[in-house]
Design a protein around this ligand. Structure first.
Ligand SMILES: Nc1nc2c(c(=O)[nH]1)N[C@H]1C(S)=C(S)[C@@H](COP(=O)(O)OP(=O)(O)OC[C@H]3O[C@@H](n4cnc5c(N)ncnc54)[C@H](O)[C@@H]3O)O[C@H]1N2
Ligand code: MOO
Ligand SMILES: [Mg+2]
Length: 430
């Protein structure tokens, strides 16, 4: 007699796994390796940026007051008393009707309060002395980049948990982080199951298929920000599988298997969980695809039994594994980001369970439109390639029509959502 499984709501399943969230751990890495990691401390400014008043142009620093009478007819001439490049400081104070040749980025010298662009000046040499003249007046403060105009000392610039992009790298460098505190990447193990599986380098044989899931999951793990570790395929023997799972568990933070979680004769995962004493958190979720997704816990470690069907496997990872990885990076928004869109085409299939349809998003006149990305079966692999979102169609509806409002979950996004599972509305046919 086959064991009866009780489907639970997606939100309940997500809640159950989140209780097992892996604890945050911090490591320091060289600045360039911090790109695409998650910052483990708030970044506060310990200095103003810029930290001194500086010139935004190549030209001449002057005292604005000296320029007041300058017109086309009556240009005013300044004695050029020196020059200053970026990186140097001019120590003397500039006096009346003196100018200092200044380069972009150099500190404004004492006494000066304006910069005239080089193109707006004329120079001449008299008795071996250089003079420059201008034919208009300048207000005090013209062309000065003021200390602190970009960042004020004490400001919190980046919150702990933020994704480090090239802009954050620039800030970290600005504030002198040669080494950066980031959250450690959890190591997520992957095991594929099934005697039908060939590896990508093997020629096809009758009745066999290539193992796409293991590589897909490893790529999803990396996209979520963690480290993937591939343990290959299970052996056909249950006792050997049990040992393989135990060994893998000792080397990873989280373990994912794909396939073998349903009720087939060779679906070993339920027996493996029992043999190793893992607690099954759920083994049926009211969703499509991925209804057989199973998650078990052993000594605080999560074991994901994702479906063997590629689309089901993909969805199971994004809904249940990704937020655990993002939580370990201190993210207050670890779940897929939820947005509103309209449906790009009819979806007439009735929905007993909540459906997660692989979809492609585009904007039409400012309106986000989500269109199913292709062949829509749990076994589909082709529609995954162009999917950048899931359309969420709550269960219990009789089908959806083009232009109806829908919730979508974004797949290629680092911002995330706090908890996307409240108030996902069921829209009925128009
Ligand atoms: N009698 C029932 N049969 C099935 C049920 C059910 O409730 N009662 N559920 C169906 C659903 S829903 C799904 S989803 C699948 C889940 O199957 P398993 O997770 O046990 O996975 P397998 O049986 O191992 O394989 C299913 C399918 O996926 C292919 N597969 C497996 N691994 C890979 C891989 N690494 N790469 C690519 N494709 C893979 C495999 O060849 C099968 O075609 O069960 C239904 N059956
Ligand atoms: O788990 Mo199955 O994908 O619901 O088709
Ligand atoms: Mg099966």
């Amino acid at each position: 007699m086959v064991e009866k499984r009780n489907p639970i709501a997606v939100s309940e399943a997500v809640k159950r796994v989140m209780d097992y969230a892996y604890t945050e751990k911090v490591e320091w890495v060289p600045l360039i390796e911090a790109n695409e990691r998650f910052l483990a401390e708030n970044l506060a400014a310990d200095q103003d940026v810029p930290s001194f008043d500086r010139s935004p142009y190549d030209g001449f620093a002057i005292r604005a007051v000296d320029s007041q009478k300058a017109t086309k007819e009556t240009p005013v001439s300044f004695k050029v008393v020196g020059e200053i490049g970026a990186g140097f400081v001019y120590e003397q104070e500039v006096q009346a009707f003196e100018a200092l040749r200044i380069m972009t980025g150099a500190p404004i010298p004492k006494g000066c309060d304006a910069v005239v662009m080089l193109e707006l000046t004329k120079d001449e040499v008299r008795d071996g002395q250089t003079y420059m003249s201008i034919n208009r007046s300048y207000e005090a403060g013209t062309n000065i980049s003021y200390q602190g105009e970009d960042v004020r000392k004490g400001e919190v610039l980046i919150q702990k948990g933020q994704f480090i992009n090239p802009g954050v790298i620039a800030l970290l460098a600005t504030f002198g982080y040669a080494e950066v505190p980031v959250f450690k990447k959890p190591v997520v193990g992957v095991i594929a199951t099934g005697s039908e599986l060939l590896e990508p380098n093997e020629p096809l044989q009758a009745g066999k298929i290539r193992n796409s899931n293991a590589y897909m999951i490893m790529a999803q793990i990396e996209r979520a920000g963690a480290t993937a570790k591939y343990f290959g395929q299970f052996s056909d023997d249950l006792d050997v599988c049990i040992e393989e799972v135990k060994k893998a568990l000792s080397q990873v933070d989280i373990l994912i298997t794909t396939g073998g979680v349903s009720v087939g004769d060779y679906d070993y995962l339920p027996a493996i969980y029992e043999a190793i004493g893992a607690t099954v958190l759920f083994n049926k979720v009211a969703m499509r695809p991925g209804s057989v997704t199973t998650v078990a816990a052993l000594d605080g470690q999560l074991l994901y039994g994702l479906s063997g069907n590629p689309s089901a496997c993909y969805v199971g990872f994004e809904l249940f594994t990704r937020p655990i990885i993002r939580k370990s990076f201190g993210s207050p928004t670890p779940h897929l980001r939820r947005e509103k869109a309209i449906l790009g085409e009819d979806f007439t299939k009735a929905n007993p369970f909540t459906r997660f349809i692989r979809a492609t998003l585009h904007y039409n006149d400012g309106q986000l439109v989500a269109t199913p990305s292709g062949f829509n079966k749990s076994s589909a692999v082709s529609s995954l390639a162009t999917a950048n979102a899931f359309i969420v169609l709550p269960g219990g509806s009789r089908g959806y029509e083009k232009d109806m409002p829908v919730d979508v979950l974004l797949l290629e996004d680092v911002q995330g959502s706090e908890w996307p599972w409240d108030n996902i509305k069921k829209y009925s046919k128009l």
